[in-house]
Design a protein around this ligand. Structure first.
Ligand SMILES: [Zn+2]
Length: 346
């Protein structure tokens, strides 16, 4: 990852470069803008450039190879602290900011940022979802934001300025990130495994409001729709192989003429079928054991035993290997589905 990979925010990159070159970089920033447009990516790249040991401090460049760059990428650099809301919490716990009640102001981000840097010449802290600071959390930061330690950089990331208290806003340089241009979203989507075709990427980019994360949510919804279709076939006791072959072929062909795109779609479909049979296997094995904990979608309609389900999983894995070995897709889909029908009904 380099600055050239950060698309759509060229003006901001330039602005930071000028500040760094002139050694006039501020210490406290509030990055604002919609989710999924690259604010965190920007903050990480900035941290890497400021900590890179191969480039001078005034260059705002990272080599991507030195120990410091590798540690930033792995989030293990001793001078970089990233605080996010834990998944099981509704706010950022105060302990992460100023230590627990036994170690108040002797642990946590505000304390750590004031220490002498371990290996770099700076200490950097990023608060990834500052929208999840509660009043107590926000207040605990004020002193540090008011008088940041020398050569420290603190970046708060937020969806909008309005979500931050005026006391936080006034202590930070506000950097506004704009939604990404459609072509940038489309390009980013194609680099993921979720979107297979240029047409899909363009269509999703159009409705994404400039956010890659939003576009990916829509992409997942399309895949989820097909999963419904697939499961509704497999869940019927007398499903018709011909109809299912037809549905899968139509879905794969929607990907257009590009062979890689069609292959990606087919691999995803086979994956979804394998997941259905894996779940069927677990449920069949559990029928006399533990109750279902609801952690996976039910293998609705499955009436076979665990052994049959396991054979279906194996057949899916074999089909996937055949796709990747470039077997003829029409023949492959037909043989695979015929075999599944036979195995499921044995
Ligand atoms: Zn480096």
């Amino acid at each position: 990852m380099t600055w050239s990979d950060i698309k759509g925010h060229e003006e901001l990159v330039e602005r930071f470069r000028r500040a760094v070159t002139r050694q006039r970089l501020a210490s406290t920033f509030l990055f604002v803008g919609p989710a999924g447009i690259g604010k965190m990516m920007f903050a990480r790249e900035l941290a890497k450039a400021l900590l890179c040991e191969q480039h001078h401090d005034t260059e705002m460049l990272a080599c991507d190879h030195c120990p410091a760059c590798l540690q930033v990428a792995a989030e293990s650099h001793p001078d970089l602290e990233i605080v996010s809301k834990p998944e099981d919490k509704s706010v950022i716990p105060i302990e992460l900011l100023i230590g627990d009640s036994d170690h108040r102001r002797r642990e946590g981000l505000c304390h750590n940022i004031s220490l002498t840097p371990f290996r770099g010449g700076r200490r950097i802290a990023i608060i990834n979802d500052a929208d999840f600071l509660n009043q107590e959390g926000a207040n605990s930061l004020l002193k540090t934001l008011e008088e940041p330690p020398p050569r420290s950089v603190i970046i708060l990331i937020s969806a909008s300025e309005q979500k931050q208290l005026p006391t936080i806003r006034s202590r930070c340089q506000v950097i506004r990130f704009r939604p990404l241009p459609e072509e940038v979203v489309a390009e980013a989507l194609l680099a993921t495994a979720s979107v297979a075709t240029v047409e899909d990427a363009r269509r999703l980019a159009k409705i994404s409001e400039g956010s890659v994360a939003r576009a990916l949510e829509f992409a997942d919804a399309a895949a989820a729709d097909f999963r419904q279709t697939l499961v509704s076939h497999l869940g019927k006791s007398d499903w018709s192989p011909q109809q299912l072959v037809g549905a899968i072929t139509a879905y794969v062909e929607e990907a257009g003429k590009d062979a890689t795109a069609r292959r990606t779609r087919l691999v995803n479909v086979i994956n979804q079928a394998a997941n259905y049979f894996r779940q069927a296997m677990r449920e069949a094995a559990d029928r006399t054991g533990r109750p279902d904990d609801g952690s996976s979608p039910r293998a609705v309609g499955w009436t076979g035993d665990a052994q049959q389900a396991s054979e279906c999983v194996q057949r899916c894995l074999a089909a996937q290997a055949h796709v990747l070995a470039n077997a003829n897709q029409a023949t492959l889909i037909e043989c695979w589905i015929d075999d599944l029908a036979a195995l499921a009904r044995a």
